[in-house]
Design a binder for this molecule. Structure first.
Ligand code: AMP
Length: 279
């Protein structure tokens, strides 16, 4: 495994070592857990070199969000990556300065419209602009052929997919399944903000989404009614939605894939999760 922290070091490796190889990209904000590592393993199995980026992107955090306290654990992250089979095919790009991604005077924003009217787009204004801007830069800096993202951030995946399509970016995308704890809680770097009791309670997120899915398959109208009841009975749900997974709008006759998604606040910790299924 190799670590580079500057754009010029990254360029050098790409130009000397990657020119003939298929390259996978796994963008992360670090504090790696088994969810991230499953993306890396998938990339290693499908490409000859995998670039893992570790960058806590200030542009995707709102003013009152957790940018300052977001866990930065580079040393442990490197150990975890190094312990993976085929780790010799991993290149880690962990810029230590924001300027490696956004040079002095950088003033461009990439914004995809049309998919941010719901879910996190509604509740985190500006978040997806920050995501698409950094992901665009990472695609360009790494020259990757294939990029891997988690279904956990389903709306993020859809926004990035639209950017790639609209700008004809020469990269393919792959969305990978959500890795969960035994309790059903989706792994997240933010889980460590919670006490053990909160973590246990947080398993209700996946349970609720699963119940809504089952209920929807039995009787969609009943599921819609119980979604509303659950949302209003529990103020810690920031949103709890059953949507057409393609349009991220209401389920209709045309819907073939359904997204059940929720955002829940446990103390100061905001958690998201979702389930996708065909009908
Ligand atoms: P983050 O470091 O939170 O920006 O996440 C980096 C990538 O890992 C994103 O594509 C996420 O969707 C993905 N990811 C985060 N948590 C999980 C999980 N529990 N299972 C699978 N992928 C995940």
């Amino acid at each position: 495994m190799k670590l580079v922290t500057t754009k010029s070091e990254l360029d050098k490796v790409i130009n000397t070592e990657h020119s003939e190889l298929s390259v996978g990209l796994v963008p992360t904000m670090g504090n790696l857990h088994l969810g991230h590592l499953s993306l890396v393993k998938t990339s290693l199995s499908k490409t000859q070199r995998t670039i893992v980026t570790i960058f806590v992107n200030p542009k995707q955090f709102g003013e009152n969000e957790d940018f300052g306290k977001y866990p930065r654990t580079l040393e442990q992250d490197l150990k975890k990556l190094n312990a993976l089979p085929q780790s010799e095919n991993i290149l880690v790009f962990a810029p230590q300065s924001e300027r490696e991604i956004y040079p002095e005077g950088f003033s461009t924003t990439i914004e995809v419209s049309g998919l941010d009217h719901a879910l996190c787009g509604l509740h985190r204004p500006g978040h997806f602009k920050g995501v698409t801007t950094v992901v665009y830069q990472l695609f360009k800096l790494t020259n990757a052929h294939l990029a891997f993202f988690g279904q956990k951030d389903y709306q993020q995946f859809r926004v990035i997919e639209k950017m790639v399509q609209d700008l004809s970016l020469p990269i393919n995308l792959s969305m990978e399944p959500i890795v969960r704890e035994k309790s059903g809680l989706a792994l997240s770097s933010r889980n460590q903000y919670m006490s053990p009791a909160q973590k246990e309670e947080a398993s209700l997120i996946f349970k609720t989404l699963s119940q809504l899915k089952e209920s929807f398959l039995e009787n969609p109208d009943k599921a819609m009614a119980s979604r509303e009841r659950l949302l209003f009975a529990e103020p810690r749900w920031q949103y709890l939605e059953i949507l057409d997974a393609h349009s991220l709008k209401e389920v209709s006759e045309q819907t073939s894939k359904v997204l059940v998604a929720g955002a829940f606040t446990m103390g100061d910790t905001r958690l998201i999760d979702n389930i996708l299924f065909r009908i």
